[in-house]
Write a protein that binds this ligand. Structure first.
Ligand code: ZN
Length: 220
């Protein structure tokens, strides 16, 4: 451990000398900042981890000093390396694998929210432009929010409308659900050219499932 280890944290703690004591004043708040989207690019922070000083990091865990209310933003490596305490809902300090798992879950959740925001944002844009399909777009958006995925036919229609209105979207971010019987039986009915349109949104398992369901149809 270098002499400077944790100097930035010590400076902002009540305890000024001993890192192990000072770090106990701090805890992970559960908030993650995405430097790319949550901060303006001209922000002073430059995506800098406030513990090690490394710049241009995308993801920052927020930590808070429970004694003086100060907050710092820390990269995903340092949050582990500097062993900042993280308490569960009952106030027990997490450790080892459990702590790593929770930290990873926070990040996964943040990423998922950003993706959802982008999908909803694009649907709103489409809703404003596409007067003829408004009700359809609205109900697809509600389905997506409730189920965290679209029905195949729904998504094929939405993609068609995006194209009509020249809205570019990243198809990989639009999740399809093929779980309920209704969602499965749709796969049989949907015209091939429309299904083709949503292939980039399907994961490998779903692609195989689609293939299987459609072959079943031909046999029957
Ligand atoms: Zn760092």
């Amino acid at each position: 451990m270098s002499v400077k280890f944790g100097a930035n944290l010590l400076e902002r703690s009540e305890e000024q000398g001993n890192y192990s004591i000072a770090k106990k004043e701090w805890s992970v708040t559960g908030i993650i900042i995405d430097y790319f989207t949550d901060f303006d690019n001209n922000e002073d922070l430059m995506g800098r981890c406030e513990l090690c000083g490394k710049e241009s990091l995308r993801w920052h865990y927020e930590i808070e000093n429970t004694k003086n209310g100060d907050r710092m933003y820390v990269g995903s490596k340092c949050i582990k390396q500097f062993d900042i305490p993280y308490y569960d809902e009952q106030g027990c300090e997490l450790s080892g694998d459990e702590k790593d798992k929770r930290l990873a879950a926070l990040l996964a959740n943040k990423k998922r929210n950003i993706e959802n925001d982008e999908v909803i944002h694009n649907l709103r844009g489409l809703y404003r432009k596409d007067k003829k399909y408004r009700e359809y777009i609205k109900s697809a958006a509600e389905y997506y929010k409730a189920k965290n995925g679209f029905k195949a036919l729904q998504l094929a229609t939405i993609f068609w409308r995006f194209t009509e209105h020249q809205i570019d979207v990243d198809k990989k971010k639009y999740k399809v659900r093929i779980k309920s019987n209704e969602e499965k039986s749709q796969i049989r009915e949907i015209p091939a050219w429309r299904l083709q349109n949503i292939i980039p949104s399907l994961n490998p398992k779903q692609r195989a499932l689609c293939h299987y369901i459609r072959q079943e149809k031909q046999v029957a």
